[in-house]
Ligand binder design. Structure first.
Ligand code: GDP
Ligand code: IMO
Ligand code: MG
Length: 434
């Protein structure tokens, strides 16, 4: 596997529209890390880990939590629904995960998703009717709006009832007017929100820290830090298929702003790509298979949202899109997941370009108008879930991986052949067992 120097601080991002298998790869790499930090998004994310046959789906807690030697950090760039986070902590404790000490720490600067943010997300989607984004309705967009508009509530405010009361007194009149007069929904009172916040704040208080200082100390000590992205590159609010995007920057650059660690302290950027493409929610999808084959991939790949349960739209691998994502993220290594799902197809299509274009247009309308140019490659029939070395894969399967590698311009350092932690084929020292 060569004598590549092992990078210390590593960012993981999705190279498509989310659900690429980031959680699984973070869990795998967390063995070698002392800290795992989320840097954007909130509980719109659903990251699945399968360890010894047992599935855990994490929405806010970083995917390193099953490795007792890690500190999991909810960074300043995340938006936190305290109710959902408390539920997640209960579920982890019920599974026997120890969350005491420094196992989970939450930034006092992270913004809080309040009940009115969830209501507004729902009301806005309903009002859009047939033009809706298909959000997760978790309040993500309205919370980031308030952050940027400087009327948000931060985790630090949640812990200080006087500060919280003052924030709510300032913002609630406007919120209530929008909720009642524009959307015909119910108003909130300051006292009701304070009563909602009180027990949640007490539950979370032991975990709230200055995470920036924590990460700076860790970095100075030479610890390994893993940065866990949520969503995917084409859901990025700037670079995605706007307006069918999420409300944060999802690209690797955000890992720095969302944690306070500077760009010169990042040593590798791992992009996760599925061996085909999926998308949940509305928006353009050039290689979508809106037919029986798409439905077959959905069933074999269990392509149903980990957060909302919605069926995911499925399609061919889009190398033009992933090649663009590689550049947007500065990707140094790629992990190709769910290759096993493609077993049994006679031949496969890969989109290698968009007709007449030498770059990927941004924005929904432009991307909806592209015509993918496909090449056809042979499929394979063998079940590959038991393969643990690259040589064991059928020749056609290796050819598929290598063609993708050539088209996207980055080596595939890890191939994933099943949901389980061990169902992987490392091809780079970064992913190998020590
Ligand atoms: P994330 O949001 O990027 O963490 O991905 P999700 O957890 O939402 O979706 C990925 C799904 O694929 C989960 O159900 C994983 O357990 C599963 N998965 C991950 N890698 C593989 C793989 O290589 N093969 C198969 N069959 N399933 C996988
Ligand atoms: P993970 O981290 C896939 C999608 C929603 C919708 C759009 C905006 O598991 O990969 P939002 O609720 O964020 O305002 O919705 O973004 N979306 C995701 N799709 N995986 C995710 O996260 C997603 N998080 C949001 O479906 O289209
Ligand atoms: Mg997911």
């Amino acid at each position: 596997m060569g004598s590549e120097k092992l990078p210390r601080n590593v960012i993981i991002t999705g190279l498509q529209w989310g659900d690429e298998g980031k959680g699984k790869v973070v869990d795998l790499l967390a063995r070698k890390s002392q800290h795992v930090v989320r840097f954007q998004g909130g509980n719109n994310a659903g990251h699945t880990l399968v360890v010894a046959g047992q599935q855990s789906i994490l929405h806010v807690v970083p995917s390193g939590i099953l490795h007792p030697g890690t500190t999991c950090v909810v960074g300043n760039g995340v938006v936190v629904d305290p109710e959902v986070l408390c539920q997640e902590l209960r579920a982890l404790e019920a599974k026997g995960v120890d969350l005491s000490g420094d196992r989970l720490i939450i930034s006092e600067q992270a913004h809080v998703i309040l009940p009115y943010h969830r209501t507004l997300d729902d009301c806005r989607e309903t009002a859009l009717g047939g033009k809706k984004i298909g959000t997760t309705k978790k309040g993500i967009g309205p919370t980031y709006e308030d952050k940027v508009a400087r009327r948000g509530v931060r985790v630090g405010d949640l812990l200080d009832e006087d500060a919280l009361r003052n924030r709510l007194l300032a913002v609630l009149p406007e919120k209530n007017r929008i909720l009642t007069e524009w959307y015909g929904d119910a108003a909130h009172t300051v006292e009701e929100l304070l009563a909602w916040a009180r027990p949640l704040a007490e539950r979370l208080r032991p975990h709230v820290r200055d995470t920036v200082a924590w990460l700076h100390r860790a970095n100075r000590a030479g610890d390994r830090i893993l940065f866990e992205g949520a969503q995917g590159t084409f859901l990025d609010v700037d670079h995605g298929t706007y307006p069918f995007v999420t409300s944060s920057n999802t690209v690797a650059g955000q890992a720095c702003a969302g944690t306070g660690v500077g760009p010169t302290d990042i040593h590798a950027i791992v992009g996760i790509a599925k061996a085909y493409t999926t998308r949940v929610g509305a928006g353009p999808f050039p290689t979508e298979l809106d037919d029986d084959l798409g439905a077959r991939i959905r069933e074999i790949g269990h392509e149903y949202g980990a957060t909302t349960g919605r069926p995911r739209r499925c399609g061919w691998f889009d190398a033009a899109l992933v090649r663009h994502a590689v550049q947007l993220n500065g990707t140094t290594h790629v992990a190709l997941t769910k290759l096993d799902v493609l077993s049994g197809l006679e031949s496969l299509l890969i989109a290698h370009a968009y007709d007449g274009l030498d770059s990927v247009p941004s924005g929904a309308e432009a991307l909806a108008a592209v015509r993918p140019v496909y090449e056809e490659v042979p499929g394979w029939t063998e079940d590959i879930t038991g393969c643990r070395s690259y040589d064991e894969l059928p020749a056609a399967c290796r050819a598929y991986v290598e063609r993708i590698e050539t088209l996207i311009g980055v080596p595939v350092g890890l191939v994933s052949v099943g949901p389980g932690r061990d169902e992987v084929i490392p091809r780079s020292p970064l992913f190998a067992d020590d």
